[in-house]
Design a protein around this ligand. Sequence first.
Ligand code: GAR
Length: 200
Amino acid sequence: MKQAKCAVLVSGGGTNLQALIDAGQAGRLPHVKFSGVISSRPDAYALERGKKAGIPVFVAERKGHTQAEFEAELLSCLRQCQADMIILAGFMSILSEDFVRRYPRRILNVHPALLPAFGGKGFYGLHVHEAALARGVKVTGATVHYVNEIADGGEIILQKAVDVLPGDTPEILQRRVMEQAEWLLLPQAAELAAQEILQQ
Ligand code: GAR
């Protein structure tokens, strides 16, 4: 069966990468082949997860480089992975318009809120949940969307709502959103996007 070669871009712990790896190993991603894990940080634990799963790993360091240098390195890694599609799974750097335009409907991102709420510049990781709690929303969730030149503004692929509960801290809410939404949605969206790419 033909599979779309997929590079997963990470910056941190990599629990979303793990959800993708687990879904693949469970046979739930028949059209996806993970051809590389690329980290913007050399110390990201996600790299260990990639290695353990037998996926080639790369580092394209953000720190100490210009945006242009960083993206040139990313492109070099992506070429080595022969990537047909890219998943941003806890990837904490913004990509330039030039970069994003190279991969129309081929870059997916998982965001820990119901976009367009709590999205855009400055809304990443735990900050998203801090903002949701500060605003007092009773429902939040996760979104998987295509990446375009507007931060967190691309077409939505899947969303799932998650309750905010009394006594939630940002950390508790983050964990619930991951368990109940992100780790389920991201593999589903990856398979849907891969099927679309293979039809082109
Ligand atoms: C996840 O909650 C992901 O949605 C979020 O960072 C966390 C990474 O966790 N991403 C963003 O905020 C992107 N704007 P992980 O490294 O364990 O997958």
